[in-house]
Design a protein around this ligand. Structure first.
Ligand code: SME
Length: 162
């Protein structure tokens, strides 16, 4: 099956991210369950941008474990420091990968993923409790604009972690 990512230029992206803030706030005001919030968060991004894979991995002990997502079946467990997700967790910072084939240790869940961004999600006390992972079927699809906007959106999840 052909996989396509919607083409959204950077100016439109800023407008979309700006509108997603209040939409997410409204959803979280109605329901404070973390898993439900992550599920709708992923769906909002999927509807808005159409990226190939959007979802969360939660920190469970010494691993990341697959959480709510939109897209094809994905690997379930990722070790600390492994792949883009595990490295974002270890380095405690957002990683933008323009070409996944050039990232040593990239974990390929789908042949359609060409570029990727992973944003650490912090709990109230500041520790990393999850990561948001987005894969695009386009090369070089993410910039600092996406990194900043997604970090701001992820901050809304903070109060939901125990
Ligand atoms: N590519 C990720 C693995 C998760 S999938 O993309 C959904 C990584 O290297 O950590």
């Amino acid at each position: 099956m052909e996989q396509r990512t919607l083409s959204v230029d950077s100016k439109d992206r800023v407008a979309i991210y700006t509108s997603l803030g209040p939409q997410l706030r409204e959803l979280l005001a109605e329901e404070r369950d973390l898993i439900a919030a992550m599920a709708n968060f992923s769906a909002l991004l999927k509807e808005s941008f159409g990226w190939h894979w959007i979802g969360f991995y939660r920190v469970v002990g010494a691993e990341l474990v697959l959480g709510p997502f939109q897209g094809p079946v994905a690997c379930v467990r990722i070790g600390y420091g492994k792949g883009v997700c595990g490295m974002a967790w270890q380095e405690e910072k957002t990683l933008v990968v323009p070409d996944v084939d050039k990232f040593p240790g990239h974990i390929a869940c789908s042949p359609h993923s060409r570029s990727e961004i992973v944003v650490p999600v912090r709990a109230r006390d500041g520790h990393i409790a999850a990561v948001l992972d987005i894969d695009s079927s386009e090369l070089d699809d993410f910039t600092a604009v996406d990194a900043h906007a997604l970090e701001v959106l992820c901050e809304q999840l903070q109060p939901l972690f125990e």
